[in-house]
Ligand binder design. Structure first.
Ligand code: GLN
Length: 280
């Protein structure tokens, strides 16, 4: 029995309670299985999938029903204006992290600038910023060799010559001074029960969890970055919705000023920015 597109879309009901984006998940599966844009699904709802398409759709839907993140099933996730390859070696880029890109763009000038992205994962932040201005030179640092290889594949596929992927811990592989540093580090408390629910179960703990109630890596970055930033240069950090005050205190104890927190689209405190003092 052949499956029509509208019938396939209705299979989203099998994901209710399992996914908070059930309709979107099924649309994304169908787009890739049919290799058509979303508009096609609603223009031709009565068209049928071929047998191989149907088999692939059923197999992928089952994977989603068993909890696997949609980005891992598709192998790609859209972030900013880019489509990024993703795998289980690192975090799946989140929409709220695009706030870091916006806040960085507001602080960068269209002239040669040196940018670093610490813990780049897929390369999401580094590649998004590099794609906005060819004059900017971006160092993308990643500790996990598998994730660094993934970031490098994304860099090559997107043909972004102004990015260098470096392997190492936070600021350690950086050379020279920078005008802006961004990071979406691990910041989840090891005790957080959310680690055992939903998509995060399929992401590496090293990309999610930090000691000291999730603040250990943010503290290391704040300390190390102060030696790598030019006077007046910016540090932008993503953090948990309830960590803004703690992050501001960490930054205030180092040589930072103009410390400010911004909410994400859900209204949660998500990014804190700070500026290296001009001179001692
Ligand atoms: N915001 C992510 C989550 O709650 C965590 C991202 C991170 O640790 N950097 O799943």
């Amino acid at each position: 029995m052949s499956l029509r597109i509208d019938q396939a879309l209705a299979r989203a009901s099998e994901l209710s309670g399992l996914s908070d984006s059930a309709d979107l998940d099924v649309q994304l599966l169908l787009e890739t299985v049919l290799d058509k844009p979303r508009s096609y699904l609603y223009t031709w709802p009565e068209r049928s999938l071929t047998m191989p398409q149907q088999q692939l759709f059923e197999a992928q839907l089952q994977r989603r029903i068993s909890g696997e993140p949609i980005a891992h099933i598709l192998g790609f996730r859209d972030f900013w204006t880019l489509s990024l390859e993703v795998d289980s070696s690192t975090l799946i880029p989140r929409p709220e992290t695009e706030l870091l890109v916006e806040l960085a763009l507001e602080r960068l000038e269209r002239r040669p600038q040196r940018i670093a992205d610490l813990g780049t994962g897929t390369g999401a932040l580094a590649l998004s910023l590099a794609s906005e201005c060819k004059l900017w030179q971006v160092s993308a640092v990643e500790f996990s060799p598998a994730a660094a290889a993934l970031a490098e594949r994304n860099r090559v596929r997107l043909a972004l010559e102004n990015v260098d992927v470096l392997t190492g811990s936070w600021c350690e592989p950086l050379r020279g001074q920078f005008d802006l540093i961004v990071s979406n580090p691990p910041y989840i408390d090891p005790e957080d029960p959310h680690l055992y629910q939903g998509d995060v179960r399929f992401e590496p703990r090293s990309a999610l969890v930090a000691e000291d109630h999730g603040l250990a890596d943010i503290r290391r970055i704040a300390e190390q970055a102060s030696a790598c930033l030019n006077p007046g240069a910016w540090l932008l950090l993503e953090h948990g919705y309830d960590q803004a005050e703690a992050v501001r205190n960490i930054l205030a104890a180092e040589y930072y000023q103009a410390i400010q927190t911004y909410p994400d689209l859900n209204g949660h405190d998500r990014v804190t920015v700070a500026r290296m003092i001009e001179a001692l």
